[in-house]
Design a protein around this ligand. Sequence first.
Ligand SMILES: Nc1ncnc2c1ncn2[C@@H]1O[C@H](COP(=O)(O)OP(=O)(O)OP(=O)(O)O)[C@@H](O)[C@H]1O
Ligand SMILES: [Mg+2]
Length: 148
Amino acid sequence: MLELNAVNSGYGETQVLYGMNVTAQPGRVLAILGRNGAGKSTTLKTIMGLLPTKSGTITFDGAPIAKRPFDIAKSGIAYVPETRDIFPSLSVRENLEIASKRFGDGAWTIERVIDLFPRLGERLDNGGMQLSGGEQQMLAIARALLMN
Ligand SMILES: Nc1ncnc2c1ncn2[C@@H]1O[C@H](COP(=O)(O)OP(=O)(O)OP(=O)(O)O)[C@@H](O)[C@H]1O
Ligand SMILES: [Mg+2]
């Protein structure tokens, strides 16, 4: 379970999140809705350690969440950035391999993500830049799944 309790966060002196409370339970899907600029991405960046929490607490499975994005990823939280951030100079296959090598040994394999997104399987040798927006989105989601 991932829990945000009274989290304040933002960019430098600009505060965006005021007392944010969120509980994400295992096996459930949680959606956060809001107008443009409301703070959805800021919430995710704060959970992922890309922005510092000014105050409040974030816990994951009952313990305080790690501080560094790398450790947070290692603890089992994967982030699909709005900007996708796939590696443009690497092929689809290489983008997938990087994710699976780092945090592999779980339920998700490259074969399994290709089953989910056959389109990626047809484009394994395409460069990261040679993909449509939706294909890049599939790759960003596939990469997150491969981190298990
Ligand atoms: N790097 C930044 N520096 C300063 N302010 C920022 C930065 N990124 C976002 N903001 C501001 O923080 C507020 C929340 O932005 P955020 O990206 O969280 O919105 P969002 O809910 O994800 O919106 P959208 O639906 O458009 O993606 C906005 O007012 C935005 O202008
Ligand atoms: Mg956003």
